[in-house]
Ligand binder design. Sequence first.
Ligand code: ZN
Length: 135
Amino acid sequence: MQMLDFPAGQCYESGYQNFIMAISCKSPGCKMSAPAALEQDRLCVLHFTLLLEQGCGEMRRETALGNAAQERQREIIRFISENGEKLARVSTSGLHLTDDLKARILSTFLTLMNLRENLDRAAMRSPFGRSGMPH
Ligand SMILES: [Zn+2]
């Protein structure tokens, strides 16, 4: 009861000054801070991998149909390499990661690799991917 007895603004202010150096994760309710490699995204490692997995899932559905425009395919390839690099930087930057998080990072790498592979396969099937000219 007593905990709730001071003005909320005051609490916020002192908290803000103590943690001014740390950028906290933007995911609602998450109390983790963003590691240096993810400061721009304002995400902790866990939420970065969750968001990546989600994004990959959507792109995978998009590319599975084999009719994603070439421009879109290039965007997805850029997404995969940029985030793969970021994930590699996070995982090798000396953060203390739990075994669970390490496993999660590895499976997110796998998801990225599979998405890339899927994209190539879809391009092979597409009439635009190889020479579709009749002989
Ligand atoms: Zn988070």
